[in-house]
Design a protein around this ligand. Structure first.
Ligand code: SF4
Length: 295
């Protein structure tokens, strides 16, 4: 069996940076440390960090003091204000790409643009963008059909995408949007490079193998998108969080399997999955692991 491994099988730049900063703080500074919601959408990594002292909370009301970690997805200014009012210390690990998106919506809001955010309105990054530009001027669009409800006549419109959005979907929505009546439009390409490379790579591998495994948290938007892209490229695809979820029957009579990971999936989780595939085959001499080189 040939196992084709994506070149992007580790944390993305933003998550690597965030986890490094948090680890440093957990080792050096006095706790307690809190994250409002999981600091990344990967339960296994969140569990490891919780053992080191990073507690996940669901509301600021749950805490009395300590350090609040601002996650790589960013935070809404309102929540930030509340945290400051509570006297919490802050450790800001917002990804620079998300910060850039926040600056864009803040600029557009100051210039009185209507702002269209292409993304998932329940995702923390999108919530932080809505909070930054103000809910009254932000419209979150996840499907081109939603655009029908939008009245843009005479408006100046600014459009950005959630950083982990699929490029194909963004282009599809933009194409529909351009049919509408508005006075001016500014379109920003805010999909991050890492996301684009992962999507391109997963799609290329999926075209070449009999089955794909996407490693990533079930709540991870970018892992779910990789799964959709892989399926759309033609390979039966399974989205799993860990090697233990690999079912032996998936691998039966397969000559090639592709493996890719989401932005919040560390290398060790991917390595475990590759080892499990080899173990299931029962004879490691019949398996070869290759890094995809076509990209
Ligand atoms: S996926 Fe991109 S935007 Fe999101 S944390 Fe990673 S590098 Fe930053």
């Amino acid at each position: 069996m040939e196992i084709k491994l994506s070149k992007y099988c580790d944390f993305c730049f933003g998550v690597k940076r965030a986890s490094g900063l948090i680890e440093e703080a957990l080792e050096g500074a006095k706790g307690p440390f809190y994250s409002l919601g999981p600091f990344i959408h990967n339960p296994r990594v969140v569990e490891k960090f919780s053992q080191k002292g990073l507690k996940t909370i669901s509301s600021l009301r749950d805490i009395k003091g300590g350090t609040l970690v601002i996650r790589s997805h960013g935070i809404s200014p309102n929540v930030l204000k509340k945290a400051k009012a509570l006297g919490l210390k802050l450790l800001d690990v917002t990804c620079p790409n998300v910060k850039k998106s926040q600056e864009i919506v803040s600029f557009l809001a100051r210039q009185n643009y209507k702002i269209i955010i292409v993304g998932d309105k329940t995702h923390p990054e999108v919530k932080s963008l809505i909070g930054t530009c103000g809910a009254s001027r932000a419209f979150v669009v996840n499907r081109s059909e939603t655009l029908k409800k939008l009245k843009l006549k005479g408006a100046r419109v600014g459009v950005i995408a959630q950083t982990t959005q699929s490029k194909i979907k963004y282009l599809k929505i933009l194409t529909k949007l351009l049919e509408k009546d508005f006075s001016e439009i500014k379109i920003y390409n805010t999909i991050c490079e890492d996301t684009l490379s992962r999507q391109k790579e997963a799609s290329l591998i999926a075209r070449d193998v009999e089955m794909m495994l996407i490693l990533g948290g079930k709540m991870s938007a970018n892992s779910r998108r990789l799964t959709q892209i892989s399926r759309a490229s033609g390979a039966p695809t399974y989205h799993i969080e860990s090697a233990s979820q690999i079912k032996p029957e998936w691998l039966k009579r397969k000559a090639s399997v592709g493996v890719a990971g989401g932005a919040s999936t560390p290398k060790w989780i991917v390595t475990e999955a590759v080892k499990k595939i080899i173990q299931e085959r029962g004879d490691s001499s019949k398996c070869s692991v290759k890094l995809n080189k076509k990209i």
